[in-house]
Write a protein that binds this ligand. Structure first.
Ligand code: COA
Length: 146
């Protein structure tokens, strides 16, 4: 199977919002996505299979630090390396960055495993950080060039 990766544009917003809705309880609306798309600090990258959106990532880069804001892959396209490739390409886009960090639900094993595979390490726990449902957040970080 061949996947195509490219920057998101306005025409992708509807499909990204649908993907968001299918995976997150606090999904981003089309308005939030459109605002992110216009923000020069953000990079939104999409993955396509047979012209259909199957994944996307949104990362932000401020003061030479990357924050992974969103990563989602459609259920029927998981475990094919799409999230890994999306994050790698996003990180490569900011070559001078030293550090990336993110927050993840403690129970989100698939995401934690993904991040560990990309060399993120847990550095702290934020108690009851998430709602819908209430849950701790793991704060994970990764250093580049090591
Ligand atoms: C987390 C998520 C983005 C992973 O996407 P993906 O494209 O399936 O991930 P990849 O195929 O790149 O997987 C890379 C590695 O992550 C780990 N991993 C991914 N899914 C896993 C699972 N269900 N169980 C265990 N490990 C898993 C594995 O180590 C995997 O490598 P392997 O397949 O060689 O064993 C996807 O499950 C998803 O969209 N989940 C819902 C949204 C979400 O939770 N986003 C993260 C919010 S912080």
């Amino acid at each position: 199977m061949e996947f195509i990766y490219r920057d998101a544009d306005k025409s992708d917003i509807k499909d990204i919002a649908l993907l968001e809705k299918s995976v997150f309880s606090d999904s981003w609306s089309e308005t939030v996505l459109a605002t992110s798309l216009c923000n020069p600090l953000y990079k939104l990258l999409c993955a396509f299979l047979d012209s259909k959106l199957v994944g996307y990532a949104c990362v932000m880069c401020v003061c030479e630090e990357i924050s992974v804001n969103r990563i989602a892959v459609a259920e029927n396209a998981r475990r094919m390396g799409i999230a890994t490739e999306l994050l790698k390409q996003c990180f490569d886009y900011f070559p001078d960055v030293e550090r990336a960090f993110l927050e993840v639900r403690e129970s989100n094993i698939s995401a934690v495993k993904l991040y560990e595979k990309l060399d993120f390490k847990v550095i702290s726990v934020r108690k009851n950080y998430y709602s819908k449902p209430t849950e701790n957040a793991l704060i994970m970080e990764k250093f580049f060039g090591q």
